[in-house]
Each structure stands twice: as C-alpha cells, then as structure tokens.
Write a protein that binds this ligand. Structure first.
Ligand code: NAP
Length: 158
C-alpha cells in the first residue's frame, strides 16, 4: 500500500513510517522539514498555506498526524480542510486522522481545534478513520522539565 503521512517527521510519524516500511509499504512523509531517509520518500508540505498538498495524489491512504500543539487553527482546522480537499481531488481511498481522548468538553484551544478537525474529516468526501489516543509517555519528561524551569512547587499544565 502507498501511504502518505502528514507530520511524518514528528514523534508518532517517525515511528509509524518506520513500522510501515518494515511491513513492506511505500511511505511518503510530508511536513515543512521533511527530508527523505532510507526507504522513505519525503515532500515538503505546509498545511498553513496548502503548499505541496497535491503530493497526496497517487497514495492509497493518507495518515494525518501533522498538528500544532499550540492550537494554531491554520494548521489543525484550516489545514485539515485543505488536506481533505486535496485528498478528495486526488481520489485517495482512505484518510486516517489522529486525535486525543477526552477532548469533547475541554476548553483548551488545542483540544477545541482537534474536535473541529474531527468534524472536517467526518464531513469530508474521503472515507475516514479517526483514532483518539491518550497522551504519549514522551510528554511526561516534557511536563516535568517545564515544571523544573518554572520553579513551580505543584505540578500543573499551564
Ligand atoms: N503527543 C501526544 O501525547 C498525543 C496524544 C494523543 C494524540 N496525539 C496526536 O497525534 C498526532 C501526532 O502527534 P505527535 O506528538 O507525534 O506530533 P509532533 O511530534 O508534535 O509532530 C507534529 C508534526 O506536525 C508537523 N507540522 C506542524 N506544523 C505543520 C504545518 N504547518 N504543515 C505541515 N506539517 C506540520 C511537524 O513537522 P514540521 O515542523 O517539520 O512541519 C511534525 O512532523 C497529532 O495529531 C496529535 O494531536 C498526540
């Protein structure tokens, strides 16, 4: 299968691309900093502008992992709209989008953007799957480091 991974240079994207290549799939990663590595093609895309999104053409599946954790709507909301349109125009067979567990009623701008992102995928013309995951373990050291640097005595995500 030919798989295009937006955000293929990120934490999950890197792991997924390597796992897919090991299983014999053809993988293209897309992001602003994407560079080809052994066995993985790369295309520079920018969801904020739509640059490079025509590259999804020729892929059976798009796995959408690109995201801006600071909640920039131009990436997660408007960028997903651009991606869904490009995938539909290219005749992509399936769109898999990654989201987060427990975000429905949360006020965080990032979580609001992720909920909107899900709606765009659900209402788009490409058959879809949305996966919601809990926070990755790699976030724990990041939060602890943030706490250390802020000198706060209680753990909280600000
Ligand atoms: N991390 C978690 O704990 C967690 C938990 C549940 C669900 N998720 C979801 O899983 C997915 C992957 O998360 P992750 O932690 O692996 O992400 P990550 O490491 O933060 O990677 C984000 C990716 O998005 C790309 N990106 C950012 N802005 C972009 C833009 N304007 N255009 C194109 N690409 C852009 C980045 O590449 P460039 O900077 O090179 O563009 C990078 O490849 C996300 O949808 C996230 O919401 C994450």
């Amino acid at each position: 299968m030919r798989v295009f991974i937006t955000g293929g240079t990120g934490e999950l994207g890197g792991r997924l691309s390597r796992a897919l290549v090991r299983r014999g799939h053809e993988v293209t990663v897309g992001s602003r900093s994407a560079r080809p590595t052994r066995g993985v093609a790369a295309v520079q895309i920018d969801l904020e502008t739509g640059e490079g999104l025509e590259a999804v053409s020729g892929h059976d599946t798009v796995v959408h992992l690109a995201s801006d954790p600071f909640g920039k709507r131009q990436v997660d909301v408007e960028g997903t709209q651009r991606l869904v349109q490009a995938a539909a125009a290219a005749g992509v067979g399936h769109l898999v989008a990654m989201s987060i567990v427990g975000i429905d009623d949360h006020p965080s701008p990032y979580y609001r953007a992720k909920v909107e992102m899900e709606g765009i995928v659900e209402n788009g013309a490409v058959p879809w799957t949305i996966l919601r995951a809990t926070q990755f373990h790699s976030l724990v050291p990041l939060f602890l480091d943030k706490r250390r640097r802020s000198g706060s005595s209680r753990f909280h995500q600000g």
